[in-house]
Ligand binder design. Structure first.
Ligand SMILES: NC(=O)c1ccc[n+]([C@@H]2O[C@H](COP(=O)([O-])OP(=O)(O)OC[C@H]3O[C@@H](n4cnc5c(N)ncnc54)[C@H](O)[C@@H]3O)[C@@H](O)[C@H]2O)c1
Length: 418
C-alpha cells in the first residue's frame, strides 16, 4: 500500500504539507460507516460517476447514499434520481439546481455538467464545505481556470478533497511508466506526439421554440463556450499525460485547425498544435472529430535512451521501480477510492491546480488555432496585463443562471486575413 501511495500525485503530500505548515489542522477523517453524496449534471458521465463512487465505497467497506441530484433539465434529474433511489423532492431541475444539491446533507459532490459551469459550481461546493469530484475539463477559459485554482486553495485550507476525472493518473500502466521515466528508463524526454483522433460523439438539433440557453445546454458538446472545443473537452486527457510525464507546462502553443464536417454549434473539428516545452522539446498535439477518418488515441514519447507509449510499452534502460498496487483496474473507480481514502486518512487529495493548469494548456492550443497567433503560457497564467489572462467565453455560467444567455452564431472562428 505504501508503495502505491508513493506514486500517487505529489500533490497529496504537498497539500498535506502545506496545510500543516500554514497552521491549518486537517481533521483526521476516520472511516465512516456511510457516505452521503450528491450529483450535479445527470448525463452520461454523471450516471457513470455515481456507479464509480458507489463501487469505490464498496471497495472501502463503506455504505453510500445518493441524497440529491441536479440537472439543467428537471426530467433528466428525475430519471437519474429515480433510478438511484433519490426521493422525487430531492431531484432538482434548472440552472440554479446545483445550489440545492450543495445545500443538502451530502458530504461529497460529484460534478459532471458541461465544463463551463464547473468554476461556479465548484466554488459554491467548497464554500459549503463539501469534498468535490470535478470532472475534467474544469473550465473553458483563463478566467475559469484561475477561479478553479483559487477555489482549490480554499479547499486545501478547509481540508477538503478535490479529485478530477483524469483516470489515466489512477491506472497501473500510466503510473508505472511515469515512475520508470522519472527513474531514467528512457532518459530525458526529447519530444512526442499526443492524439485523440476520433468521431463527433453526438450532435443535437435545435427544437422548435427552444431558448438559446436550453439549446446550448443540450447541445453543449458543439459550442466552444460550453465545452471549450474538443481540444479542451476530450483531448485534455492526452495533453495531461504529456504535462505529467514531462513534469512541466509548455512555454508556447502554435496551432491551426478548422471545421470540415461538424453540423451544429461553432466549434472546429480538427486541430494540430505544436506545444513548445522549452529546451528544444516539442510535443505535437493532434485531435480530430470526423467520422470515416483514421482513429488513434494515445501518447508517444521519445527520450535520449528509449521510447514510451502512454501507459503501455516502454523500451530503454533497465531500471527498477516498486510494483504499483491498486484496488481496481478501473481508473474511474480508483480515482474515487483515492479521493475517499485520502479524506479517511486525513490527507485529502487536492488536484484543483493541476487540472486547472492542464485545462489551460488545452485552452492555449485552441486560442492559437482560432486566432492564428503564437500563444504564450505566461500570458494566460501570470501576465495580468495580457488581455488573454482575463479572457472569458460568453455566455458565462452566470448568464445561464440569470437568464441572460445570447447564443453566439453557429459559425467557427476564422484566423488571418483573405
Ligand atoms: N473522464 C472521462 O473520461 C469523461 C468521459 C465523458 C465525459 N466527461 C466529462 O464529463 C462532463 C459531462 O459529460 P457527459 O458526457 O456526461 O455529458 P452529457 O451531455 O451526457 O451530460 C451533461 C449533463 O449536464 C446537464 N447540464 C447542462 N448544463 C447544466 C447546468 N448548468 N446545471 C446542471 N446540469 C447541467 C445536461 O442537461 C446533461 O444532462 C464533461 O465535462 C465531460 O468532458 C469525462
Amino acid at each position: 500500500m505504501m508503495k502505491r501511495r508513493s506514486f500517487l500525485a505529489n500533490t497529496t503530500l504537498l497539500s498535506a504539507g502545506l496545510a500543516a505548515s500554514s497552521g491549518f489542522a486537517i481533521a483526521q477523517g476516520g472511516k465512516p460507516s456511510k457516505i452521503k453524496f450528491g450529483l450535479i449534471g445527470c448525463g452520461g458521465r454523471g450516471k457513470g460517476a455515481v456507479q464509480n463512487f458507489r463501487e469505490a465505497c464498496k471497495i472501502l467497506g463503506i455504505e453510500s447514499e445518493l441524497v440529491a441530484v441536479a440537472d439543467a433539465f428537471g426530467g433528466q434529474a428525475l430519471a437519474v434520481g429515480k433510478a438511484n433511489g433519490v426521493p422525487e423532492d430531492r431531484c432538482y431541475g434548472g440552472y440554479d439546481a446545483y445550489q440545492k444539491v450543495i445545500a443538502s446533507d451530502c458530504q461529497y459532490v460529484l460534478m459532471a455538467t458541461p465544463p463551463s459551469f464547473r468554476p461556479l459550481h465548484f466554488a459554491a461546493a467548497v464554500e459549503a464545505g463539501k469534498h468535490c469530484f470535478i470532472e475534467k475539463p474544469v473550465a473553458v477559459d483563463p478566467v475559469g481556470c484561475h477561479s478553479v485554482i483559487a477555489t482549490g486553495e480554499k479547499a486545501a485550507a478547509k481540508g477538503l478533497a478535490v479529485v478530477t476525472g483524469t483516470q489515466r493518473r489512477h491506472t497501473a500502466g500510466y503510473l508505472k511508466n511515469k515512475a520508470l521515466i522519472d527513474a531514467g528508463a528512457i532518459g530525458p524526454i526529447r519530444g512526442g506526439v499526443v492524439q485523440w483522433n476520433g468521431t463527433v460523439p453526438w450532435i443535437k438539433r435545435r427544437n422548435e421554440g427552444e431558448s438559446d440557453a436550453d439549446y446550448m445546454a443540450r447541445n453543449w458538446l458543439n459550442f466552444c463556450e460550453t465545452s471549450g472545443d474538443h481540444i479542451v473537452e476530450q483531448h485534455i486527457h492526452n495533453l495531461d499525460v504529456a504535462c505529467w510525464f514531462l513534469g512541466r507546462m509548455p512555454v508556447t502553443a502554435l496551432g491551426f485547425g478548422g471545421r470540415a464536417r461538424r453540423e451544429t454549434g461553432n466549434m472546429f473539428d480538427f486541430f494540430s498544435v505544436d506545444y513548445d516545452f522549452g529546451d528544444g522539446v516539442h510535443i505535437h498535439s493532434q485531435c480530430r472529430q470526423i467520422s470515416g477518418t483514421y482513429g488513434r488515441v494515445g501518447e508517444f514519447f521519445t527520450g535520449t535512451e528509449g521510447e514510451c507509449l502512454g501507459g503501455g510499452k516502454i523500451t530503454g534502460r533497465d531500471v527498477q521501480v516498486p510494483e504499483i498496487k491498486l484496488d481496481t483496474n478501473n481508473g474511474m473507480v480508483q480515482e474515487h477510492v483515492d479521493m475517499i481514502r485520502g479524506v479517511i486518512e486525513g490527507k485529502p487529495l487536492n488536484h484543483a491546480r493541476r487540472i486547472a493548469e492542464v485545462t489551460l494548456v488545452a485552452v492555449i492550443g485552441r486560442m492559437s488555432a482560432y486566432t492564428g497567433q503564437l500563444i504564450r503560457w505566461s500570458d494566460v497564467m501570470s501576465n495580468e496585463n495580457s488581455p488573454l489572462f482575463s479572457f472569458a467565453c460568453k455566455p458565462t455560467a452566470e448568464d445561464f443562471e440569470k437568464g441572460s444567455v445570447v447564443m453566439p452564431a453557429e459559425v467557427p472562428a476564422v484566423p488571418g486575413q483573405a
